[in-house]
Design a protein. Structure first.
Length: 306
């Protein structure tokens, strides 16, 4: 038996250092210049995006006469009179009345969207019925239909049904799964859930109602929270719908109440309008800060699979 001995080849430290590529000063300079340029452009875009919000917030602390025509961003005279006027109300209605109307519309919108969209999504994702693919394609096709196309027909229908100046035209569509985006989001989430869970439940004698309530709904929590967030924000910020269907000031939500401070026949109170805009954005900002992690989580788990 022959034993072959191997000798370790020792590479000098100078050779090791010679084999490692070195960054030249030119490369480091290019990287530093690229990093500085990237951060400069990012800061510039951030300033452009945040400037309107900063102007609105700071204008709420200016006297009304200093808002229009004054190029200074920082108020020369700080005042809380605008917020006092907002809390006192306008057109015989208090600020809290407008906020309550917005809250009612937003909460009922969330309830209607979650209930109707989840049931409809379960039918498309889990029930095999004739023409399912065609109906699903037609539903997705409604996303391409501009809202302004159906304004006049819808208004005529609601007017003939004596539903104008009520919340019904703003809410009835939410309970009938007319929001195709939310249905599509929930369908994609349900398709990612294994069908083995449904089959195991059917072996135990469960029907579609029990499968939906005991299996699908608990698993759909991230997607439902995401739908709730978007539905709440859309309803809270909706201006055109209430403007079209609501006529009485006691039914106005906050976006329509903001319009009351603009008077074409006399002086407009821009300070109070800015103050109400700031107060109306606080619940939205708080709502987003609390549930922002669910937005990314819900969209990530829903995906575009299937």
């Amino acid at each position: 038996m022959t034993i072959q001995a191997t000798r370790a080849i020792v590479v000098p430290d100078d050779d090791k250092r010679a084999r490692i590529p070195k960054r030249t000063r030119t490369d480091r300079g290019k990287r530093a210049a690229g990093s500085i340029a990237f951060h400069a452009v990012s800061i510039a875009l951030l300033i452009v995006l945040l400037y309107p919000a900063a102007w609105m917030v700071l204008s709420a602390f200016k006297p009304s006469g200093d808002i229009i025509g004054n190029v200074s961003l920082i108020p020369e005279t700080w005042t809380l009179e605008n917020f006092t006027q907002v809390l006192e109300g306008i057109a015989g209605m208090s600020f809290w009345r407008f906020a309550w109307n917005s809250l009612v519309l937003a909460v009922l919108t969330v309830v209607g969207v979650c209930l109707s969209s989840s049931v409809t999504a379960y039918a498309f994702a889990r029930i095999d019925f004739r023409g399912r693919g065609i109906w699903f394609a037609l539903m997705i096709g409604t996303l391409l239909l501009p809202f302004h196309v159906v304004i006049i027909p819808q208004y005529i229908v609601f007017n003939q049904l004596n539903m104008i100046n009520t919340f019904t035209p703003l809410l009835i569509g939410r309970f009938l799964a007319t929001e195709a985006f939310f249905v599509f989001l929930l369908v994609q989430f349900m398709r990612s859930v294994p069908r083995d869970l449904d089959e195991a439940a059917r072996i135990d004698g469960a029907g579609h109602v029990r499968i939906f309530t005991t299996i699908m709904l608990p698993l759909m929590r991230p997607a439902l929270v995401t739908c709730s967030i978007f539905a709440f924000l859309n309803s809270w910020n909706d201006f055109f719908g209430p403007l079209l269907y609501l006529k009485s000031p006691d039914l106005y939500p906050l976006p329509i109440a903001l319009r009351l401070y603009i008077d074409s026949t006399s002086a407009s109170n821009f300070g109070a309008q800015m103050a109400m805009a700031v107060l109306s954005l606080l619940p939205v900002l708080l709502f987003f800060l609390i549930f922002q992690r669910y937005i990314v989580g819900g969209i990530a788990t829903s995906g575009l699979k299937g």
